[in-house]
Design a protein around this ligand. Structure first.
Ligand code: MG
Length: 457
C-alpha cells in the first residue's frame, strides 16, 4: 500500500482540527469515518462530542462513514473527552470524539481513541490516513450496514469511576463550598454532578451547553476567568474550578481569588499521591518543582517531548502513576491514561480534605519556582536558528529532547518551535521571579535579532 509521505498529515497532536464547511467539510468527515471504520474493523465504535454548534453535523457525517463499513455506532451524546475515553477503556471498544478542545467556537475536530482509552498511536493514525488517501474503504452491502444506538449511562459510569479513587467520606465531611465554571463546555453536567455527590455546595458559572462559548473563551487562562476570580476574591468559598471546552483539563483558584498555575496543581498531585518506587512522567516544559518533589520522595521522573498523548504513552510503557503538563492537564494512572479534568478536581478536593488544609496553604508546601512564558514569530527555519542560538549560549548543559532547553546557574530557558503555529515558544524558569522573566526576554530578543540578520548559514 503506498504511504502518505507525499500527502499532508491529517492528524495533529490532538486529532484532526479545522473549520467546518471550510477545511473540515462534511464530505471529508464522512470519508474519514469510512477510513476509521475500515481501520478498526470491530463490531462497535463509541462516539461523543463537545458542545460546539457544528458538533452534531460533523458527528453525523463521521458516524455515517463508520456505519457504511458495517460497524454499529454507540452514541454517548455530549460528554467530556475523558468520559468517552473512560467508557472506551471500561468496555474495551475504540471511540471517536468530535471536539476542538479549547479552540475558538468556529473550530471543530475529530479525535480517535484506542480500545484501551488512550489517544490513538501515530502508527494507527497513519494507517487511517493511508486508507483515506487510497480510498481503500471496507464497504459492506446494505444488509450489513451498521446502525446507531445510544447509551445514556456513560456520564454516570465516569463520575463513579472518578469517585472510586478518592476518600468520598472525608471530602463529604468537609462540606466544601466551591464555584465551578464549566465555560459552556462538555463538563456542564458531569463536574457539577461529581461535586454534588462529593457533598459540596456550589455556585455554577456558565454550566449550560453553548457551542458559541458566549460567556467566556474556552481556554482556562486567568484573563478568561475574570468572573470566577472576582467571585472567589470576595471570600466565602474554598475552591474555584474551571475547565477547558472538552474538560480534559482543570485549573483552580484559591479561596482568596489567586489563580493557581498548572505546574503547582501538578506538583500538588505528585506530592500527595506518589510513594517510593512510583514513576512520574512530564514534558520538558514543566517546572523543576517536580524534579525536587520526585527526588525527595525517591521517585523516578521521566521527561518527554511536549504533547499529552506522548505523556500518556510514556506512562503506559513505564507503568507510571502520575503524568501531566503545566497547562492543567493531569493524568492519574490508576484511573486512566489520559488527561482528566474531573479526576483532577476530585484529587485536589481529596488533598484538601485529608490534609485538613486550605488550598492556599497546600500551595505553599510546593517548592517555589517561577515560569515566564512568551513566544516570538518564526520567519527563519528552526534548523538555521538552532546552531546560532547554541553559539550564543555559554551553557554546557543543554537538553535537545524537544527544541533547546538551556540550563543556567539560576534557572533554565526552553526554546521550542510550535508544531501548529509559525512561532517559537520561549519559557524561562527560576526560583527568582524577576530572573525567570529576564531569561525568557533575553532569548526572545536573541531570536528576534537573529531573524533580522541575513542568514550566514
Ligand atoms: Mg482539552
Amino acid at each position: 500500500m503506498p504511504t502518505t509521505s507525499d500527502k499532508p498529515q491529517l492528524f495533529g497532536t490532538n486529532g484532526i482540527r479545522g473549520i467546518p464547511n471550510k477545511d473540515l467539510s462534511t464530505e471529508f468527515s464522512m470519508e474519514i469515518g469510512k477510513a476509521i471504520g475500515t481501520h478498526f474493523g470491530v463490531p462497535e465504535i463509541v462516539m461523543g462530542r463537545d458542545t460546539r454548534d457544528t458538533g452534531q453535523m460533523i458527528f453525523n457525517a463521521v458516524s455515517s462513514g463508520i456505519m457504511s463499513t458495517g460497524i454499529t455506532v454507540v452514541d454517548l451524546g455530549i460528554l467530556p473527552t475523558p468520559a468517552v475515553q473512560y467508557y472506551c477503556k471500561m468496555k474495551s471498544v475504540p471511540g471517536v470524539v468530535i471536539t476542538a478542545s479549547h479552540n475558538p467556537p468556529q473550530f471543530n475536530g475529530i479525535k480517535c481513541i484506542a480500545a484501551d482509552g488512550t489517544e490513538l498511536e501515530r502508527k494507527s493514525e497513519e494507517e487511517i490516513e493511508n486508507i483515506y488517501y487510497n480510498k481503500s474503504y471496507h464497504q459492506v452491502g446494505w444488509e450489513n450496514a451498521g446502525t446507531m444506538i445510544s447509551d445514556q449511562n456513560a456520564a454516570s459510569l465516569y463520575v463513579h469511576g472518578v469517585m472510586s479513587h478518592v476518600d468520598v467520606a472525608a471530602i463529604k465531611a468537609k462540606k466544601f463550598r466551591v464555584i465551578v465554571d464549566t465555560g459552556n463546555g462538555a463538563a456542564f453536567s458531569t463536574t457539577p454532578t461529581l461535586l454534588r455527590k462529593l457533598g459540596c455546595s456550589m455556585v455554577t458559572l456558565n454550566a449550560f451547553p453553548d457551542g458559541m462559548f458566549t460567556s467566556r473563551t474556552s481556554e482556562p487562562k486567568p484573563e478568561n476567568l475574570k468572573d470566577l476570580i472576582s467571585l472567589m476574591s470576595k471570600g466565602g468559598f474554598d475552591l474555584g474550578i474551571a475547565h477547558d471546552g472538552d474538560a480534559d483539563r482543570a485549573v483552580f483558584i484559591d479561596e482568596k481569588g489567586n489563580f493557581i498555575d498548572g505546574d503547582i496543581t501538578l506538583s500538588l498531585v505528585v506530592k500527595s499521591t506518589i510513594k517510593k518506587g512510583d514513576r512520574v512522567v512530564t514534558p520538558v516544559s514543566s517546572s523543576d518543582a517536580i524534579n525536587d518533589l520526585c527526588k525527595e520522595a525517591g521517585v523516578e521522573l521521566i521527561r518527554t517531548k511536549v504533547g499529552a498523548p506522548i505523556v500518556s504513552r510514556t506512562m503506559i510503557e513505564n507503568q507510571a502513576k502520575i503524568g501531566g503538563e503545566e497547562n492543567g492537564g493531569i493524568v492519574f494512572g490508576p484511573h486512566q491514561y489520559c488527561r482528566d479534568g474531573a479526576m483532577t478536581v476530585a484529587l485536589i478536593l481529596n488533598l484538601m480534605a485529608t490534609h485538613k488544609k486550605k488550598i492556599s496553604d497546600l500551595v505553599k508546601t510546593v517548592p517555589e519556582y517561577h515560569i515566564f512564558k512568551t513566544s516570538v514569530e518564526r520567519h527563519k527555519d528552526w534548523k538555521t536558528l538552532e546552531p546560532q542560538i547554541l553559539k550564543y549560549s555559554e551553557s554546557t548543559l543543554i537538553d535537545r529532547l524537544d527544541g533547546l532547553k538551556i540550563y543556567l546557574e539560576d534557572g533554565w530557558v526552553l526554546l521550542r518551535p510550535s508544531g501548529t503555529e509559525p512561532i517559537i515558544r520561549v519559557y524561562g524558569e527560576s526560583k527568582i521571579k524577576k530572573r525567570a522573566e529576564e531569561l525568557a526576554l533575553e532569548y526572545h530578543a536573541l531570536i528576534s535579532g537573529l531573524q533580522e540578520e541575513p542568514s550566514s548559514l
